[in-house]
Ligand binder design. Structure first.
Ligand code: NAP
Ligand code: GLV
Length: 319
């Protein structure tokens, strides 16, 4: 099978890591690697594209294309490409290793907020010796927005740690897989009451027209004073000005932010030095070529053998 590898890479090394891992996982395939040619002219025999948010237009002129396999879990940026062939299925990255990494980040952030370790870090910088009240995990209500791959992994990990965990999703009905024993709420109507009873909100929603800008002034005002936000999903879920206003006023005690509307976060952005912000450079769960190459290989094998493709994106829903 002829396969195109294309994306926006941090550097040539990142592209090479993926090429080598994918080639090793699918030794029989013929790979074309997009090296940023000014005028792409791919072999017309290409049947699958393995993509890492390529610049718009890179998937045009491929008459035999039958699958677009994303290397990233979130497909918001990929779907924003207006030139994407409309009738070709898109599969997103679902890798248990990535879910585990996300659960670790969520657990680290929630533990830090529960026990006030962020306050102690600030106290150290100020040379201040002061013990603060200690909260038990079961005294802390954590709402996980999104009960998908990442949300389920994070919720399970947090529940196992003893936190009072609740999930929030779009569709009412039976709890999604992985949420057995965890309270799940659904739909916009359920959100205000859930937020009012949340000490910590962990955002793990996909970015879609329905979720863009969800974390705005109204959302933040629904939280009890002193609550905290952990955003590990996409920056555009939040309205940055509203978030800054809530942090400046101290209504929101702290925000752990891994994702931003503009990445890298511009120098001089108020988040960089905000005393109520703990900032990460979009590393909550990196796709790891060592495990993800096998995920890609399994889907391409399914394509070759005419079996169903796993983890297809519903373009109408945007996730
Ligand atoms: P996913 O499996 O597609 O998550 C879908 C979940 O979100 C489902 O439970 C769905 O509800 C819920 N949902 C979707 N729209 C909703 C809405 N309007 N209202 C309420 N719930 C809604 O996504 P994932 O793989 O877990 O990824 C989660 C997020 O993490 C994405 O934004 C992704 O881009 C991001 N991510 C970040 C990093 C990082 O390093 N920071 C790494 C990987 C992924 P239903 O169950 O009802 O369908
Ligand atoms: C990372 O943010 C991803 O979507 O994989």
């Amino acid at each position: 099978m002829d396969i195109l590898l294309t994306g926006r890479w941090a550097d040539d090394d990142e592209c090479e890591v993926w090429r080598a891992a994918l080639q090793a996982a699918l030794p029989g395939a013929r790979w074309t690697v997009d090296r940023g040619e000014a005028v792409p002219a791919w072999p017309r025999t290409i049947e699958a594209a393995v993509v890492a948010n390529p610049p718009p237009g890179r998937l045009q002129g491929l008459p035999r294309l039958r699958l677009i396999q994303s290397l990233w879990a979130g497909v918001d940026r990929l779907l924003a490409d207006q030139t994407l062939p409309v009738d070709v299925p898109i599969a997103r990255m679902v890798d248990p290793a990535m879910n585990a990494a996300m659960a670790e980040t969520a657990l680290w952030a929630v533990l830090m907020l529960q026990r006030g370790f962020h306050h102690y870090a600030a106290q150290q910088r100020a040379g201040l010796w002061r013990q603060r009240p200690q909260r038990r995990a079961d005294e802390v209500a954590v709402t996980v927005l999104g009960c998908g791959q990442m949300g389920a992994a994070a919720a399970r990990r947090l529940a196992a740690q003893g936190f009072r965990v609740r999930g929030w999703r779009a569709t009412p009905g039976r709890p999604p897989e992985g949420f057995e024993g965890i309270e799940v709420h659904a739909g916009p109507a359920a959100l205000p009451a859930l937020l009012a009873d949340s000490d910590i909100v962990v955002n793990l929603l996909p970015l879609t027209p329905a979720t863009r800008g969800l974390i705005d002034a109204r959302f933040l005002a629904a939280l009890p004073p002193g609550a905290a936000l952990v955003n590990l999903a996409r920056g555009a879920h939040g309205v940055e000005a509203d978030l800054l206003a809530a942090l400046d006023a101290g209504r929101l005690d702290h925000a752990v932010l891994d994702v931003f509307t503009q990445e890298p976060l511009p120098a001089g952005h108020p988040f960089w030095r905000h005393p109520r912000v703990t900032l990460l450079p979009h590393v909550a769960a990196l796709t790891d070529a060592r495990s993800a190459a096998a995920v890609v290989a399994a889907n391409l094998q399914a394509l070759a053998e005419g079996r169903p493709i796993a983890h297809r994106v519903d373009r109408a829903r945007g996730y």
